[in-house]
Design a protein around this ligand. Sequence first.
Ligand code: G6P
Length: 368
Amino acid sequence: GAVERGNYRHFMLKEIFEQPRAVADTLEGRLAGGRVLEEAFGYGAAEVLDGVREVQILACGTSYHAGMVARYWLEAVAGVPCSVEVANEFRYRRPVVRPDTLVVTISQSGETADTLAALRDIKARVGSRALAICNVPESSLVRESELVLMTRAGPEIGVASTKAFTTQLTALLLLTLALARRNGLPAEREAEYVAALEELPRRIERALELNDAIDALAADFADKHHSLFLGRGPLYPVAMEGALKLKEISYIHAEAYPAGELKHGPLALVDGEMPVIAIAPNDDLLEKLKSNLQEVRARGGRLVVFADTAAGMDDGEGVRTFPLEHSHELIAPVVYTVPLQLLAYHVAVIKGTDVDQPRNLAKSVTVE
Ligand code: G6P
């Protein structure tokens, strides 16, 4: 039947709050005894995965950002070389792909024209094996891929993708662990990562508790014209996704930068009129991020920081901190996505835009 909004004012907000359930559903039946079950990828998956020496990820929009996060995981955790590209560029440049490259397409709809065309081109030219990470079982992408890992987000109505993204990340973590095992990830490490995955729905629920505080913050953004999102490591593509959300539904110009690039240009833009949003899990790069943020403060920039409670970040002159309880480093990119979705949502509501159907955008781009 028709999907209902229930008590939520917009589908987008409903879908943001559905994420604990959607992620739990995406993990359901795919983990057991501290291991990822490879049958989840389809019949014959083990043999295909055994032959993978490289991964090429292709996607568009938000799904592309999920791929960008996965590159960090596939290289750092699984030790597999990984390239990621928007399908609309890839398909026109005659890229070099080898037969032992697994082509991973990521798509909520499974009908994005560029993603489908890029997949068809590689299949015809190279014959690589293909895995689709997709939310619509009867879609073209699923039909045309040998391996399939369904995200089980349920129907996503809001044009700005939310639960599709976090379930894509969840699926990509399953892929990472399945490949990591082949490259010598010890069983006890896999069990530790699987335990982190099992905690993910609960961690997302906790992040959703920031909703009211973020709603209160949003008023500060409504009159701004520009904003800058900063992250490092796998949180850099999460910053890109946060910037995309804000652009899509609030029409505020937002850019994302890896925090280490700040002094190579964007620092020149920083003043009291351009909010800078930073995501700061308590990882290896925290100290470096802190010094990047210091540079922003020194130029009178106003900072909003989503930080691990153990990161030692406090409110201060021009700095607002929103604490998130500690998450395992592996799942932090998924957890930190949530407050950025909420921020974009509340800013758009204050601005009075059509949140679920932003101007000029379509839910699925099925023609070029
Ligand atoms: C459109 C939608 C985005 C989506 C992108 C890719 O631009 O507005 O939300 O991320 O297409 O769509 P897909 O269905 O392939 O994930």
